[in-house]
Design a binder for this molecule. Structure first.
Ligand SMILES: Nc1ncnc2c1ncn2[C@@H]1O[C@H](COP(=O)(O)OP(=O)(O)O)[C@@H](O)[C@H]1O
Ligand SMILES: Cc1ncc(COP(=O)(O)O)c(N)n1
Length: 267
């Protein structure tokens, strides 16, 4: 039996709800062996980001090399990439190792408002990494920055998804968490031909730290098992729905989601 294996290239969140920590917990819950290449160490809790300590480009390069030359990940996810040099490096390595199952979560800002990507790195993200993505998973503000379009209606979301597809991403998912109208939350998937909506009930909660990381990690885990993008998003939506609904409720700010919830019947 081949053990599905996934690599996350992202930042460490000391609070355990987002970043590398959310990705590994999600991979584990979905039966996927997780590996990591860390871009930056952050000091974070539910109240915000108290410090950002990027690693050197050399340190990131060697981590990815170690994994690529021995452990053959079946899918690769990127999260917080912090600066243009790291984006450039990751793009070169993705091409060098012929990694086709690349899921790009274009992390820009933490829930508390702190920047996790330098402004000057956005261009590198668009020109170097986006064209290599099998899937890109922006939230609404990130899709607005990447496209320069204002997104309010479903038609706006569709137009932005088309633009991101034209820029080179094979599949685009515009997440609806920031779309605060209505009782439901819809994520829109575009594969260059068809649109598909994934909708669930909106939970009224402030505990949404790491929702985007967890959702993209679940998509990555399912793709590493050989699932189609649409199948992977279906499972990921159920995973994040359970993780948000069965809230853990700790921390005085934006608390983490519940990575056990999807498999709760096991406990
Ligand atoms: N309040 C909520 N209730 C239910 N699902 C949500 C809620 N907020 C976000 N989601 C879901 O969580 C995932 C992440 O969405 P979003 O919050 O937009 O991303 P990000 O964390 O990158 O800002 C999406 O699948 C979205 O539909
Ligand atoms: C290291 C790291 N990476 C990503 C996020 C984004 O988290 P969110 O999913 O809450 O936007 C974060 N807060 N910290």
């Amino acid at each position: 039996m081949t053990v599905p294996r996934a690599l996350t290239i992202a930042g460490s969140d000391s609070g355990g709800g987002a970043g590398i920590q959310a990705d590994l917990k999600t991979f584990q819950e979905l039966g996927v062996f997780g590996m990591t290449a860390i871009t930056a160490v952050t000091a974070q809790n539910t109240l915000g980001v108290q410090g950002v300590y990027p690693l050197s480009v050399e340190a990131l390069k060697t981590q990815i090399q170690s994994i690529a030359t021995d452990l053959n990940p079946h899918a690769i996810k990127t999260g917080m990439l912090f600066n243009a040099e790291m984006i450039q490096l990751v793009s070169e390595q993705v091409r060098e190792y012929n990694w086709e199952n690349l899921i790009v979560d274009p992390v820009m800002v933490a829930k508390g408002g702190q920047s996790l990507l330098l402004e000057e790195a956005v261009e590198a993200l668009i020109t170097s990494l986006l064209p290599l993505a099998k899937v890109i998973t922006p939230n609404i503000p990130e899709a607005e920055v990447l496209t320069g379009m204002k997104i309010v209606t479903l038609d706006h979301k569709k137009a932005a998804a088309k633009k991101l597809h034209q820029l080179g991403a094979q599949h685009v998912i515009i997440k609806g968490g920031h779309d605060i109208l209505g009782d439901t939350v819809s994520d829109l998937l575009y594969d260059g031909q068809y649109f598909e909506e994934f909708t669930g009930p909106r939970k009224e909660t402030k505990h949404t730290h790491g929702t985007g990381c967890t959702y993209a990690a679940a998509i990555t885990a399912e793709i590493s098992k050989g699932r189609s993008v649409s199948e992977a998003v279906t499972t990921a939506k159920s995973f994040i729905q359970a993780a948000i609904e069965e809230e853990l409720g700790f921390g005085s700010g934006h608390g983490p989601t519940n990575h056990w919830a999807f498999n709760k019947t096991r406990f």
